[in-house]
Unconditional design. Sequence first.
Length: 254
Amino acid sequence: MTSKFRPSLDKSICAPVAPSPLQIPANAEKISILPLSDLHLPSSMEAARAIIQNRNYLRRMDYIQLLGDMCACYGTQREYSHLAQFVKQLEVPYGAINGNHEIYFSGCDEDDARFGRVWPEAPPHEKHRKLQRFLDFFGYNKPWRASHSHLGSFFFLGLDDCENHKPESLSAAQQKFLETELRVRPDVPAFVFCHVPLMFDERLDMTYYDETRTACFEPQTSTREALQNRAAPVFWMSGHIHLRPDHYLFNAYT
């Protein structure tokens, strides 16, 4: 069956408020960062409205980090239009990384009855186009960034391994970037923001759609060693697996 999916994005649709790099004053004693993941717009408009309406809480944040899967299904023009309306209302400096729903799936037109019901993997060239669409929307050159300060090193990693069938993958170039940047300030904690959880040896105690999927980023050997051998601690912030509050992993995961 031929897909009606249209991979091109109207160039006039972009984030109405551009993301900002994380900036920490030299005299800052702390920083408040709010990670937001898996809003799946426009499917979760009620959740998005609840976030925006909680102005007092948002204004206590120094920075908001969008952790991916902000688009509901396939990263369509309509989904990005809803995302544009969301970021327009944040009123707080923010950054963004992509998840799997921004790049991984082919799909169909929003008016097609199959929309949001079929999940074929996109071919590599289409994933690359979708990733570029995400970068163009936010005005980024690359899907990864880093910021270093006396409070810690902050890493923002997007899913970019478009040749890999595993959605939870980072390219070799991005992993090399992470290894290099981890050495910049080895004396301070590292805070990593990535759409997917990190896995070394043990799987999460859950089934993610099927038994073969770990739902986690599994780093190459050199990246794993750079993370594990670091003197200062590493904190990994992610979304992706949609834990319910009644799941026993929820407290540890959050």
